[in-house]
Design a protein around this ligand. Structure first.
Ligand code: G6P
Length: 607
């Protein structure tokens, strides 16, 4: 979703802005732009499409102060007129988020004589600041006054030709952090954009406003008081966000899964016990009193939650529900203060998941746990307990390594809750721990199946629909497989629990419908085999992912790939990997933009 980069330094910053935007491309966008303090006036360049286009347009532009933006259209079509920055008189503004009262502001500012040239909510911020400046010439104070009139979520960066050398930034709801460099101060939507100049990051709180100069930085909080925010040294390495030997980030991230899982499970390396402390200092007391669990998430993260539900009920014996965050936050639900709220999010900034967490807390549900890949994110900061997955930066819009590390974290949660509830024998604990430790090796063996999966992808990339089937804890894996395929190859895909086939989707099955089946050698395999017969009898072509020891053989119309090992309760973590590879290769055959699929964003910071 929209990305912001801003810089005030002692030398030319245009290349810093462009490089920063390139690092934010993964968030999803459809146009880009930048504005700098020029020798006479604000100089602005905007373009539809890729940052590379903007770079061409900005060739020759030089300045030590500027703001830049990638836009993911919300208000108004993706076109140059709507691209940021938006200008009013001497000032230029970039914005991430949604201003809910923008129509009222537009009416008010139009009546004052301001001419709007875009359909965006952002332009009203630019005119609002310009209008406040008529009575408050101090730029910092003018932004402070203007933001008090804004309703909604935003992160903004502002420059003013009459105040060269300064950038003012503000945030409320949307992510924004500062970079403290040797010869400049910077701001961006996430740390990856600033690693090129510094590792020293300052995370702004909601309501903060900051003034950046080449050698100066001041921050005021929501009450207008001067504050110091701590400087964190980012652990992200610049190499972690480079493509290296890979063609796409999604491919890189699929193949990073053994390492990502190893890193995430590191804390159980030497020990045999599942200690509550891995979820935070208060975990033991909070978990002891928990009578049920509610998992809230969006997209792929919600599929991790759906999988965990099978584990939490079967192994820990705790009732568990999973709800899409955007539904829960607006539903009248019955609060239960003894329930543990688990929010799962790769980014930790997904607007609906954050709002669902806040909604639960407002209803008196204080037992909250975040499972998240970004330590300083809003969702982590607002939760009582936390577990940070160590997937490393995930750039591809279609989530892969974040998903499998979330599953690993949720399995650890299952073991900890089971232990707290006295439902985990020492022998079972040791056996599960052993399986977790072996996971990176097991995943590597599945990745080695890539050539066979690639051959399948060739065969159904020309299809317009696909059906995914699974049962039990592999039904959410079928859901995830279907999501991956539609996200990046644009093939319409749906997933069903195989037992539901004859209650509707069987009507769709014919020779043109590939049916991809997750068929591990578990207690439901025999039932699943009957479901496969139902498909075959209607001429449907089956693509079955089975296990090495499954008694299931290929025949005409029944294609089988066997995963090397059967992995019991943890099998979903292995079975999702061939589905990721299948989607990736189908997308390659179709020639789609794998890492930046149309209309989608990595970090959905608006509802
Ligand atoms: C977007 C991304 C998905 C992701 C979902 C939830 O839709 O494209 O890959 O699963 O948001 O994101 P989160 O960061 O909260 O896991």
């Amino acid at each position: 979703m929209c990305g912001i980069v801003a810089a005030a330094a002692s030398s030319n910053i245009v290349s810093v802005l462009i490089e920063g935007l390139k690092k934010l491309e993964y968030r999803g966008y459809d146009s880009a732009g930048l504005a700098v303090i020029g020798s006479q006036q604000i100089e602005r360049v905007r373009s539809v499409g890729r940052v590379a286009e903007l770079e061409k347009g900005a060739a020759g532009t030089q300045s030590s102060t500027g703001i830049a933006h990638t836009r993911w259209a919300t208000h108004g079509a993706p076109c140059e007129r709507n691209a940021h920055p938006h200008v009013s008189g001497h000032i230029a503004v970039v914005h991430n988020g949604i201003i809910e009262n923008h129509e009222a502001l537009r009416t008010e500012l139009s009546a004052q004589g301001y001419i709007f040239t875009s359909d965006t909510d952002t332009e009203s911020i630019a005119h609002l600041i310009e209008s406040v400046q008529k009575t408050e010439p101090d730029l910092f104070k003018a932004v402070q006054q203007a933001t008090r009139r804004l309703i909604g979520a935003y992160a903004i960066a502002v420059i003013d030709q009459r105040h060269p050398g300064k950038v003012i930034v503000a945030r409320e709801g949307s992510p924004l952090l500062l970079g403290v460099g040797e010869a400049g101060h910077y701001a961006a939507s996430d740390a990856s954009a600033l690693l090129q100049v510094t590792r020293n990051m300052v995370y702004l709180e909601n309501g903060d406003i900051a003034e950046l100069g080449a050698n100066t930085l001041r921050i005021a909080d929501a009450a207008g008081q001067a504050v110091e925010r701590p400087v964190h040294v980012s652990e992200l390495s610049a190499a972690a966000v480079e493509l290296g030997e890979y063609q796409h980030y999604m491919q890189k991230e699929i193949f990073e899964q053994p390492q990502a899982l190893g890193n995430t499970l590191e804390m159980i390396g030497g020990s045999k016990s599942s200690q509550p402390g891995i979820f935070g200092a208060d975990a033991a007391s909070i978990l002891a009193d928990v009578d049920s669990i509610l998992i809230l998430a969006c997209g792929t993260s919600s599929h991790a939650g759906l999988t965990a539900r099978y584990w939490l009920e079967a192994i820990a014996g705790v009732p568990c529900n999973v709800e899409i965050a955007s539904e829960y936050r607006y539903r009248v639900s019955v609060p239960n203060p003894r329930q543990l709220i688990v929010v799962i999010s790769q980014s930790g900034e997904t607007a609906d998941t954050l709002a669902a967490l806040q909604h639960a807390k407002a209803k008196g549900q204080a037992k909250t746990l975040a499972i998240c890949n970004v330590p300083e994110s809003a969702i982590v900061r607002e939760s009582a307990l936390r577990f940070i997955t160590r997937a490393g930066p995930e750039i591809g819009v279609a989530s892969t390594k974040a998903f499998t590390t979330q599953l690993a974290a949720l399995f650890l949660l299952t073991l900890v809750v089971a232990k707290v509830k006295g439902r985990l024998s020492e022998a079972d604990e040791a056996s599960y721990q052993e399986q977790l430790r072996h996971l990176p090796v097991a995943v590597n063996k599945v990745l080695a199946l890539e050539p066979a999966i690639k051959a399948w992808a060739q065969r159904f990339a020309n299809k317009s629909d696909a059906l995914f089937l699974g049962r039990g804890r592999h039904y959410p894996i079928a859901l995830e497989g279907a999501l991956k395929l539609k996200e990046i190859s644009y093939i319409h895909a749906e997933a069903y629990p195989a037992g539901e086939l004859k209650h509707g989707p069987l009507a769709l099955v014919d020779a043109n419908m590939p049916v991809i089946t997750v068929a591990p050698n578990d207690e439901l395999l025999e039932k699943l085999k009957s479901n496969l017969q139902e498909v075959r009898a209607r001429g449907g072509e089956l693509y079955v992912f089975a296990d090495g020891d499954s008694e299931i053989e290929g025949s005409e119309g029944v294609n089988i790939i066997k995963l090397p090992e059967h992995y019991g309760q943890l099998s979903p973590i292995l079975h999702v990997i061939p589905l990721q590879l299948l989607s990736y290769h189908a997308a390659l055959v179709k020639g789609t933009d794998v890492d930046k699929p149309r209309n989608l964003a990595k970090s959905v910071t608006v509802e």
